[in-house]
Design a protein around this ligand. Structure first.
Ligand code: SF4
Ligand code: SF4
Length: 342
């Protein structure tokens, strides 16, 4: 494992990070084992979020006594100062620490969100105060919208940008990463497996390792997965013509038929939580069906309000047949829900 500067933060991080979502589906002992194995294998940066249920708590348990050996990143979806302050305090408590290295505004995709964050009483006010008090060291941002992310990296508030990046979703490669680099931001690559669409770790990381300084944060749910992915970082990165062919095949097979969570389709006039519901299949793959049903209940029940008006389809840059896809994800959710009842 190599260690690289994280933008201009002064932090040095492992070239591979750890994403905290899958910790949700592990019991505490297993989660601690996986996290400690990752640390033993050389991973030093761990990304979680206030909304990832008990993920922060498990990271706190795993690294008690090792706090100065790891870089912890968390994030909050709250847009107002009071809500952000509450989340920062909660994160500190769950992580059992008195500082968080990087605290990120979670999924800023729309102008309206950005306006709320920056106005008096907005979340930025709380983040700046938390930084002044030493509760957080750096402020970052995450987004699924290339347009918004490209704007945010040019604003001098942020130390890092987190954006999807994998061999299917390569939009960030040129302008976004380049601007972030020039302006000294650290770069975290979420969704190294395209939200579960890539099931070949070997080629996923062969692609990612071609981009040094872009830190992938795959989620890990077993020590075997940690060992597998870290083993890629112990060898030379050789990409063969058959790897390139395989990547092309994935791209061709997936085509445009998957949701990138850009949120352009929102808001729905009938208040369907489109983006969250479109992620159900991936969530169900990552978690046990029981946890997925609980985690997604609100969004999946909102699908029942869809009257197939088509307003979202017109706004989706990827031309997804959203009402049909929602219907099929709802059927899967129903199937899981019924299984739990029997
Ligand atoms: S088609 Fe359904 S989800 Fe899409 S905007 Fe209309 S009601 Fe909302
Ligand atoms: S359905 Fe389309 S517009 Fe909506 S989040 Fe997914 S990719 Fe974006």
């Amino acid at each position: 494992m190599r260690y690289v500067p994280f933008g201009k933060t002064g932090l040095t991080v492992s070239e591979l990070g750890f994403g905290g979502i899958p910790l949700i589906r592990l019991n505490k002992d297993s989660a601690v084992n996986v996290l400690r194995r990752a640390h033993d294998q050389g991973i030093t940066i761990y990304d979680t979020a206030n909304m990832y249920l008990d993920s922060e708590e498990k990271i706190g348990m795993a690294f008690r006594g090792l706090r100065d050996k790891v870089i912890i990143a968390s994030k909050s979806i709250r847009r107002d100062a009071a809500g952000m302050t509450e989340h920062v305090e909660k994160s500190l408590k769950r992580l059992k620490t008195d500082y968080i290295d990087l605290y990120q505004l979670h999924q800023v995709a729309r102008e309206a969100d950005w306006k709320t964050i920056m106005e008096p009483g907005g979340a930025m006010e709380a983040l700046l105060q938390a930084r002044d008090k030493g509760k957080i060291r750096h402020i970052g941002v995450t987004s699924h919208s290339l347009e918004m992310a490209s704007k945010l990296v040019k604003i001098d508030f942020f130390s890092s940008i987190q954006f999807p990046f994998n061999f299917i979703e390569i939009a960030a490669k040129d302008e976004l990463h380049e601007t972030a680099r020039q302006r000294g931001l650290g770069i975290l690559a979420m969704k190294p497996f395209a939200g579960g669409m890539i099931d070949n770790a070997d080629i996923a990381f062969k692609f990612l390792r071609q981009h040094p300084g872009v830190i992938p944060i795959p989620g890990f749910d077993s020590v075997e997965a940690v060992d597998q992915v870290t083993s890629f970082y112990k060898r030379e990165n050789l990409i063969t013509p058959s790897d390139v062919h395989l990547m092309d095949r994935y791209r061709a097979e997936l085509g445009k038929q998957f949701c990138r969570r850009c949120e352009y389709c929102q808001p729905c006039p009938n208040e369907v939580m489109i983006t969250q519901a479109m992620g159900y299949r991936v969530i169900a793959n990552r978690m046990s069906p029981g946890v997925a049903v609980e985690f997604s209940r609100l969004s999946m029940e909102s699908v029942l309000k869809c009257d197939a008006c088509g307003a979202c389809v017109e706004k989706c840059p990827y031309d997804l047949p959203i009402p049909d896809m929602l219907k099929s994800f709802y059927n899967l959710y129903e199937q899981h829900r019924r299984c739990l009842l029997t």
